[in-house]
Write a protein that binds this ligand. Structure first.
Ligand SMILES: [Zn+2]
Length: 496
């Protein structure tokens, strides 16, 4: 049975929509499967989100141009997508939810389109050849409606996508919210560069990913132009609009000019928050020394000043955090610029590559700044919480536990168990090689296991099987922090 988001009262239109939409399943290749009819797949076959993303093309650039009316939270704009066909295409899909479409063009020619739920099917005037570069422009308007029923997002976080908050707008899309404000290929495996041109009334200020490259004054309104020149997954695209004040600083770079830090703050922030953000250069130095150069053009935090907001995100180059969580979470979100933003999971099942690594980054900061005893105490506490909660395997989360504690805590402990097994030299060489080899791309858990074996020269399949995929939590001796490793006949590896 087909489900439709909305029905026209016009009976003829209704019947034709029903016929068209309900015949898609026979015309369209199933998610993740190749197609021979010239119709791109409706999804990329992600293990947890099979319908996210679309088959048959690869996006290279998004140009998102929006006029935002703040009082009514209405947007009017266009998204222009530059892409390349990866098969012959008579029809292809974009992910887009809500908002009214005014027009769709392919290569500057107006074309037919159909919508069903979050799928937007576009039929070019002439079929696209495999390998052909093409441009899609979608003009649209309306009030964006964030997604409130994604099973992965805990209810306490609220909805994901384009969100109005008391002083303005912010966007947090992980994992599926990007489709609420621009059409695209919304799976993390299709990374692209971005340009944002956002027009708002004065005195609102717009922050987005990358660098602000222009600001045009139209009298009552201003247009802010932002450019993200490094590949980015669409869940990391963000816009934050409020009466921000900008706080700048400088961070470390091994070569060339110092890294630009730009934080976006509400007026009259408490001194403690400013003090927390003064730590950013030191945190950047820590991760740069640990992992290699910061991978992007700039960094900063956009502070969301609304006590009801409980969600934060490591948007690329611009972490979004509510005021109350800046001090506690800045370090974790900064780690994601390497783990997640530069090296992006191949599928949502690989989320522990984001969260386990960022969490272990927090633990390494404790080791660096508070010493070995504090680090080991933290390991014991986290191991106890893992056992108490009987945390399941981090690399195979159910859809409604994508951001559950196992992905963070057992994911981080899995890395520590690996470190105990292969030793510090190989472990830290592995982290550096991981972010170097897969920089700006995507990688899977299998890629990480293969690299760990390559760097250490040891077979590690069993270790990863027990830590990442088996239900039972591997046994560890917590007095000296050592873990029973597979293949050692029950003997424990000594502590470092
Ligand atoms: Zn995280």
């Amino acid at each position: 049975m087909c489900k439709h988001a909305s029905w026209s009262t016009n009976l003829l239109l209704l019947v034709s929509l029903w016929l068209t939409a309900c015949t898609w399943p026979t015309l369209v290749a199933p998610p993740g499967q190749a197609d021979t009819t010239g119709v791109g797949a409706t999804g990329l076959g992600d293990p947890l989100y099979p319908l996210l993303g679309n088959g048959g093309y690869d996006v290279t650039h998004y140009a998102i141009t929006l006029a935002v009316e703040m009082a009514s939270n209405t947007i009017t704009g266009t998204t222009t997508i530059q892409a390349q066909a990866t098969q012959g295409l008579r029809t292809f899909h974009l992910d887009f939810l809500g908002l009214e479409i005014d027009e769709v063009q392919v290569n500057d020619r107006r074309v037919r389109f159909q919508r069903s739920g979050s799928e937007l099917a576009v039929t070019p005037a002439a079929p696209l050849a495999n390998g052909q570069a093409f441009t899609v422009t979608v003009a649209y308007h309306g009030q964006p409606t964030p997604i409130s029923d994604d099973p992965a997002v805990p209810r306490s976080y609220g909805a994901i996508g384009w969100r109005r908050f008391a002083p303005g707008v912010f966007v947090i899309s992980e994992p599926s919210g990007a489709m609420t404000w621009f059409p695209g290929n919304h799976h993390p495996s299709d990374k692209a560069t971005y340009t944002f041109s956002i027009t708002v009334a004065k005195p609102y200020v717009v922050a987005a990913n990358g660098l602000q490259i222009d600001e045009r004054d139209h009298g009552a309104t201003r247009t802010y132009v932002w450019d993200e020149t490094k590949p980015m997954a669409s869940y990391l695209a963000t816009v934050a609009i409020a009466e921000f004040e900008v706080m700048t600083d400088e961070g470390p770079r091994p070569r060339g000019p110092r890294l630009l830090i730009r934080h976006f703050l509400p007026p009259d922030v408490p001194p403690a928050l400013v003090a927390a953000l003064r730590e950013t250069p030191a945190l950047l130095r820590f991760f740069t020394d640990l992992l290699g150069p910061y991978p992007f053009e700039a960094y900063g935090v956009a502070v969301i000043d609304d006590a009801s907001v409980r969600i934060g995100l490591e948007a690329q180059t611009l972490t979004i955090l509510p005021t109350s969580r800046v001090a506690g979470e800045q370090l974790h979100e900064l780690a994601h610029q390497w783990f997640g933003n530069s090296v992006t999971p191949a599928t949502w099942q690989d989320t522990w590559l984001n969260e386990g690594f960022a969490t272990y980054g927090e633990w390494l900061w404790v080791e660096q700044t508070q010493g070995q005893a504090a680090f080991e105490a933290l390991l014991r506490t986290q191991y106890a919480s893992m056992v108490r909660a009987q945390m399941g395997p981090p690399a195979n989360p159910p859809p409604d536990r994508l951001f559950g504690a196992p992905v963070y805590i057992r994911g981080a402990w899995s890395l520590h168990a690996l470190r105990l097994h292969i030793g510090d030299a190989a472990f830290f060489a592995l982290l550096r090689e991981w972010v170097a080899r897969y920089q700006y791309g995507n990688a899977s858990t299998a890629d990480f296991i293969a690299l760990a074996e390559e760097i250490s020269g040891q077979p590690l399949e069993e270790l990863f099987q027990t830590w990442l995929y088996d239900d039972e939590i591997p046994h560890c001796q917590l007095e000296v922090i050592s873990c029973q490793q597979p293949g050692l006949n029950g003997r424990s590896m000594p502590s470092r």
